[in-house]
Design a protein around this ligand. Sequence first.
Ligand code: PBG
Length: 330
Amino acid sequence: MFPLQRNRRLRTNESIRSLVRETSISPQDFMCPMFIAEGKNVKKEVPSMPGVYRQSLDGTVKEVKELWDLGIKAVNLYTKVSENLKDNTGKEAWNKDGLMQQTIRAIKDAVPEMIVMPDVALDPYSIYGHDGIIENGQIVNDATNDALTRMSISHAEAGADFVAPSDMMDGRILAIRNGLEESGFHNVGIMSYSAKYASAFYGPFRDALDSAPKDSKVKVPKNKKTYQMDYANRTEAIKEAIHDVEEGADIVMVKPGLCYLDIVREVKNAVNVPVAVYQVSGEYAMIKAASEKGWIDHDAVILEQLTAIKRAGASLISTYFAKYAAKLIS
Ligand code: PBG
């Protein structure tokens, strides 16, 4: 081989490196997660996520326009509603004039081509901070699916392009797909959080929405491990993704990102639909914290991680860096 093969030849300068580069990222790879707050002129930074805000509708719509102008084509929406709207059934989630429904309408009015993907899960509406309804100290699967279906239909009625169930109940994709079909929403897609792990990296997100599982007088599970996946498992992720495609998912997601790139590649090889990855709040917070200390190069690390996620097999990346990274690479 050597000296006939000198691998460094293709690394000699930036021109040849760019010619042989296998992976590139662009703004249309990104989806931008957004936290929606009640009220007017509200814009509060999430303490554990510098540069990320909980915003009321006015500011959100303005920001969606900026995102669109930067070439970003999708937003993932998460709402934070007041405690008095929460209960065990999560019924505020399908209020046709609820915060999410208003937000979807406002965004579709202002930027009709933006793909709007509301989060479908009960936790922001649950007094217990769980993604499902609780009976006798357990998260009940099938009753939760009914709630998620109603929630999805109400999002579709408000104008959502996709719904994005992030709850990890069994059979929810089938339930939601059937519900959408029966209501005539044949073209509303489903991006399923298929392989969603019970991860410690969601901490800052739960701060943002105040949605962590809570202590309460009735017995409720302290964590989400009876529905989100065990991070030690690999084959289960493939099974989840395949089931979701069979049940009607248009896009499957792996979440979190960086610690799960092996799963991303395997899911990519196992299914014939686009794979999305969520670079989650804790991953964002780590980059912010380490770079604030001057220990890592903020911009370089962002580009490296996003490229690695794409290289692993992601067609879409949900990232809190969407806007920033779009500016960096344009
Ligand atoms: C809740 C939901 C969570 C995230 C997205 N949807 C948190 C959780 O499961 O507790 C986490 C996203 C992030 O950490 O950025 N259904």
